[in-house]
Design a binder for this molecule. Structure first.
Ligand SMILES: [Cu+2]
Length: 688
């Protein structure tokens, strides 16, 4: 039992006329547990605000009438940690008793005075800079608090507990090995003496899970696997006699939610492995792209709902689940919501996983070689992004959501990073609205053969955005009663990659934007009431807190490598008494896919990851004579390739740091290339 000199909470049960003490229940941290179960006020002690992940604060000193007076209270730089092209800055800062806790994409953690930004302690992770199994940018989405400790996961698949007062390591538990394809990017939750944390790595043929650890000791208590072992419920949705249960993906990219009354932990799962190749995995492939509930004490399966059957589009459920209570047809209902990469919000009853408003199974187009599912779930209501792609020059086919593909590229929307990606989705009990960020982007999907090798990418295809195709975003209020759009703001940049929003009792939605602006919107109408230029890509979710009677807002601004926003290492705090003015705007992220920058003539050497911009070619566009040999050299930290876009007719193969490969171009032409593991990296060779 977890009992550590905390107060005793006796549980009384009535039996006839007698009151009997049945069992003493000790809480390891009754104060944190109470905050986690309550509406968020002065302190914000876990990633999603409290156990619901609603990101709703009851603070209302800042409201629709005075938000225009907000200014910077302080801004600090995190000493260069997580600054650079390979990182994304997506942490939600936490605050308890006037101390702020933040972490960077290098898993370095800091405690700050929440009133002044002054450093209180620093933890430098020292993680291996050669970790080669990071899918989508070096990122840590946050920490959680409990029992006087700060808990988080690292990219090297360790879970770490620090002393909240000193930053000293209390324990460190490896829950997997990064060499086997496993990393941790999401924030854990703490409740009642336990830590719950997901694991990433869906592009590396891994076995998804949520791991529960004892907060005091770091000992692993249970693992809830998202891929059923042979014979377990759900295993019938995979071909028999294979080892898909060990490498089929379904990783957990997001922070779980927990309902103490129902005793259930909730989370959502990512794509199947291999991502784009369904040929070898006939069946629905449970529990990929699903919302799941497990027993909080044991990890035992409770229910699931699959958003996408037999996923071949990388339609992860990557955004955190949100718990909310509602009334439908006069009946109080316990709801759970998740905004998918499909562009829909899935609304379920969290007691049993059944749709709250209706989700219809409809027939979809078929591709027998991909073993496509006959039907897919279509929620009632509106999607937040377009669900069909336009045909573009150079392509023969464009389709809508669930359009299948084989080896010839097919244009599809939403793309696999479209809809809502990792960004959290806030919910306001005042309006009953979800505030949903969305990415509008087309991908050209192709499939190819891919052998499983431990610790190597295992995607069986690709989904690069066509050269010259537009990318943009949406920010939408969805009514939880109807799942329909109340208002929608179009965005010039992709939205929903990793940033996010929060909502307050002051009637305000706050959100960061990739062009560096931090915005306040009217929660009922979406009208913009305030904006402030932070100087760096504002791609992290904001939060709010109170110290000495004053309400503050905070947001980490340091860009997002996959959106291409300006990187940095800053944390900003704002208040009505703030004195700091905006910074100059940084370069905005691209709005069109493809290589950018000038064409270098007569250059026959391309460096990958140069100038601290990990996910880039330099120069990205070159012009050479027929018969020229171009040498590609990787000077970045991670493995990269230069691969002929879509055709793969030439390819450097995997280049480790320092690796080089020469390619000779014997025919005139315009050769676009991408990095296979990072298909948002573009380059161009013009051969004349
Ligand atoms: Cu790359």
């Amino acid at each position: 039992m977890r009992c550590h000199n905390q107060r005793l909470v006796p549980m009384l049960v009535t039996l006839s006329l007698l009151f009997l003490v049945v069992m003493p229940v000790w809480a390891a941290d009754p104060e944190i547990d109470r905050l986690l179960r309550s509406p968020v006020g002065k302190d914000w002690v876990t990633n999603g605000g409290n156990l619901t992940n609603q990101r709703y604060s009851t603070l209302k000193q800042i409201d629709t009438s005075n938000v225009k007076n907000l200014k910077g209270a302080w801004m600090i730089r995190l000493k260069g940690s997580g600054f650079g092209g390979k990182y994304s800055h997506e942490v939600t800062p936490l605050v308890k008793d006037g101390v702020m806790y933040v972490i960077t994409g290098n898993d370095d953690a800091f405690a700050l005075n929440a009133k002044t930004g002054e450093f209180l302690w620093e933890y430098w992770s020292g993680i291996d800079q050669q970790i080669s199994t990071v899918c989508c940018g070096w990122v840590n989405r946050g920490v959680t608090l409990g029992e006087g400790m700060v808990f988080f996961g690292q990219l090297d698949a360790n879970v770490v507990a620090l002393d909240a007062k000193t930053g000293k390591v209390v324990w460190k538990t490896p829950i997997e090995k990064w060499e086997n394809g496993y990393t941790i990017t999401s924030a854990p939750i703490y409740y009642d003496g336990m830590i719950y944390i997901g694991i990433s790595g869906g592009e590396f043929g891994v076995r998804g899970r949520v791991t529960a650890l004892d907060a005091k000791s770091g000992q692993i208590l249970w693992r809830a696997y998202t891929l059923p072992a042979p014979g377990e419920p759900g295993s019938e949705t995979w071909p028999p006699g294979t080892d898909h249960s060990m490498r089929g993906g379904a990783t957990v990219w997001n922070t779980p939610a927990l309902d103490p009354e129902l005793g259930l932990v909730y989370f959502a799962t990512g794509n199947c492995g291999p991502d784009y190749d369904g040929a070898s995995r006939e069946g629905d492939n449970l529990f990929c792209a699903s919302i799941m509930a497990v027993n909080a004490k044991t990890g035992a399966y409770a229910w699931h709902f699959q958003q996408v059957h037999h996923d071949i589009w990388d339609y992860d459920a990557a955004s955190p689940v949100v718990l909310f209570d509602t009334v439908i047809n006069g009946q109080p209902r316990k709801g759970i919501a998740e905004a998918g990469r499909t562009g829909w919000v899935y609304l379920l009853d969290r007691t049993n996983g059944k749709p709250l408003l209706g989700i219809e199974e409809r027939p979809v187009p078929q591709e027998p070689r991909q073993k496509t599912a006959k039907t897919q779930p279509f929620p009632v209501g509106d999607a937040v992004v377009p669900l069909c792609a336009d045909l573009l020059p150079g392509y023969t086919k464009a389709g809508c959501i669930f359009e299948p593909f084989w080896e010839t590229p097919v244009l599809i929307q939403p793309s696999g990073i479209g809809g809502t990606n990792w960004s959290p989705v806030p919910y306001s009990p005042d309006t009953g609205y979800f505030y949903v960020p969305g990415t509008v982007r087309t991908s050209a999907f192709t499939r190819y053969d891919n052998k499983f090798v431990l610790g190597k990418r295992y995607t069986g295809g690709s989904q690069a955005a066509p050269i010259g195709s537009p990318q943009s975003g949406t920010f939408t209020a969805i009514d939880s009663k109807t799942n329909k759009i109340v208002w929608q703001n179009k965005q010039p940049y992709r939205t929903g990659q990793g940033g996010g929003a929060m909502v307050t009792a002051g009637g305000l939605v706050f959100r960061g934007a990739s062009d560096g602006n931090f915005l306040a919107l009217d929660a009922r109408t979406g009208e913009e009431l305030w904006r402030f230029q932070t100087g760096f890509g504002a791609d992290a979710p904001p939060m709010t807190y109170e110290v000495d009677g004053e309400q503050y807002l905070a947001i980490a601004t340091g860009g997002n490598q996959s959106v291409g926003s300006a990187f940095g290492d800053a944390v900003w705090a704002f208040s009505l008494n703030g004195q700091l003015r905006p910074l100059w705007p940084p370069p905005p992220p691209p709005t069109v896919s493809g290589p950018t920058g000038p064409i270098a003539t007569g250059v026959d050497a391309v460096k990958i990851g140069d100038r601290n911009v990990e996910y880039s070619y330099f120069p990205s566009r070159i012009r050479v004579k027929v018969g020229s040999t171009v040498t590609f050299t990787n000077v970045g930290d991670l493995n990269h390739t230069a691969t002929a876009m879509e055709t793969r007719e030439w390819d450097t193969g995997d280049l480790a740091k320092g690796g080089s490969k020469a390619i000779t171009f014997t025919q005139p032409g315009n050769y676009y290339f991408i990095c296979t593991p990072h298909p948002w990296m573009y380059g161009q060779v013009i051969v004349e």
